[in-house]
Design a binder for this molecule. Structure first.
Ligand code: FES
Ligand SMILES: [Fe+2]
Length: 479
């Protein structure tokens, strides 16, 4: 168990054992209090260092197990110059290999597919799905080599929550330890019983971390998504000072490696007055009928983002609009009850999530280094960003929507195709995501201005971003 930092008034990120002293970090990359120099985003040498020292030593979310439905199914995971094949080698076993032939190095497979054995496209050497060598044409002509020497080189692969993670570091700690405290806190959300609703990848003209940073805080909601506060969601005019008075607040919490923010409702006078995240506490500004207020906020997310909510929660919200909310219950509580009844009646499990568990789960988590997960009851979002080649100003950004499936379908295989769009404006991502992704280029252009030196971060609402860099330093400046 890692040390858990309790929410506190002073949100400067605490020091953990293993953090590197500032002197060890080259000056131009050095963090200071709530400040991140821009060279960590813009400098090609920094990206090379991330690829060499960090991505090779962390656990990385490579795919979901459902993407490997049958024996022989594989998914290629690329990061930097590395290509790794994640393969279902047996019904209950998934392995990963460096995607390189033992003969002359040829990449063995691309993308995704299903094979009986892995066959090199160049001279046809073959491997069994467990990585052992199966065929070397004219083997007697070669210097005698052990089967071990000719086997595919394994990459560690471990699973959690329906995800397959890989690490290229043979000495990395086990995945569950690395992910701590996420597996414990996410347990009631049952990610393992969720499946993809959709998965879209886009190229963004920004650093891979800039893409993630935009989803690691909710401080931007007032500036970027003003319609979220309004009854009229088509009104995306900049928020008025009056509207800002009722702005939402989302403090961040930092753990040893991972971090999250938590949308807790309206900002209060002092942070001690702010309550924890509570799923019954949601609404739409300016709507006085509490039922309508809750229903509209659920349905806008369901309709616009097509994730985090699902068609059951949408129908529960619809029923709430005209429901007789029992005395003593809030509209938000009654909404959850309707959603629960619908779910159970239609064959879905309804895991009980206690207020304490909701509070700890918060809204969005940075799974260090490059994944974000947003847990919710019945549905979830995930984001992942990877550098695009050696260009620090370009990345591949992915958004995926996950839905819990009925209990009867847990073992059912489903067809699923991820989609790629060069331009996010062609990806039909809805208003909210479009607003977010529009920021990517503007941030990058502005960061390149000689007038800008680095991020000045909120110590309450943006420490998720700072924390990423603190943790990265451990990998970047140690052997
Ligand atoms: S390079 Fe793969 S078989 Fe020759
Ligand atoms: Fe946003």
């Amino acid at each position: 168990m890692s040390a858990v930092i309790e929410p506190q008034l002073d949100r400067r990120v605490p020091w953990f054992e293993g953090d590197v002293p500032a002197e060890r970090v080259p000056e131009k990359y050095r963090l200071s209090r709530a400040y991140v120099p821009k060279s960590r985003y813009l400098d090609p040498a920094f990206l090379k260092w991330e690829l060499e020292k960090m991505f090779t030593r962390t656990w990385l979310m490579a795919c979901r197990t459902e993407e490997l439905p049958g024996v022989g199914c594989f998914v290629e995971y690329e990061i930097g110059g590395h290509s790794i094949l994640v393969v279902r080698e047996a019904k209950n076993s998934i392995r990963a290999y460096h995607n390189a032939c033992r003969h002359r190095g040829t990449r063995l497979a691309r993308g995704r597919g299903r094979v009986g054995s892995l066959i090199c496209p160049f001279h046809g050497w073959r491997w069994n799905l467990d990585g052992s060598i199966r065929l070397v044409l004219d083997r007697e002509e070669f210097v005698p080599r052990s089967d071990d020497d000719l086997g595919l080189v394994q990459v560690r692969a471990e699973q959690w929550g329906g995800f397959v993670f890989i690490t290229m570091d043979p000495h990395a700690k086990p995945l569950l330890e690395y992910l701590d405290p996420i597996p414990r806190i996410f347990a009631p959300f049952q990610f393992e019983n969720m499946r993809y609703r959709w998965h879209k990848s886009v190229l963004l003209p920004c650093n891979w971390k800039t893409a993630l940073d935009g989803f690691l805080e909710a401080y931007h909601v007032a500036g970027t998504h003003p319609q979220l506060y309004r009854f009229d969601k088509s009104n995306t005019n900049i928020a008025s000072m009056k509207e800002l008075e009722a702005r939402a607040w989302a403090p961040t919490t930092v753990y040893e490696r991972h971090a999250h923010y938590s949308s807790v409702g309206q900002k209060k006078e002092t942070s001690a007055d702010n309550s924890a995240k509570d799923p019954t506490n949601r609404g739409t500004g300016g709507v006085t009928d509490e039922r309508l207020s809750v229903a509209l906020s659920v349905q806008y997310i369901a309709d616009d983002m097509r994730g985090l909510e699902n068609e059951r929660s949408w129908r529960a919200a619809e029923a709430l609009k005209t429901a007789d909310v029992p005395e003593g219950a809030t509209a938000g509580e009654y909404f959850l009850q309707l959603y629960r009844e619908l779910s159970l009646a239609e064959g879905y499990d309804w895991p009980v999530i206690t207020p304490q568990q909701w509070a700890e789960a918060g809204t969005a988590w940075n799974v260090f280094p490059n994944t974000i997960l947003l847990p919710n009851q019945g549905s979830a979002f995930g984001y992942r960003a990877r550098p695009n080649g050696l260009d620090p100003d370009s990345c591949l950004f992915e958004i995926f929507s996950l839905d819990q499936v009925p209990v009867a379908d847990y073992d059912k295989k489903r067809d699923f195709q991820p989609q790629f769009f060069e331009d996010f404006r062609d990806a039909d991502l809805g208003e909210i995501f479009t607003q977010d992704l529009m920021n990517a280029k503007e941030v990058t252009v502005g960061m390149h201005s000689p007038s800008f030196d680095g991020h000045r971060l909120s110590e309450e609402q943006e420490m998720t971003i700072y924390n990423h860099h603190r943790v990265a330093d451990r990998f970047l400046w140690t052997d």
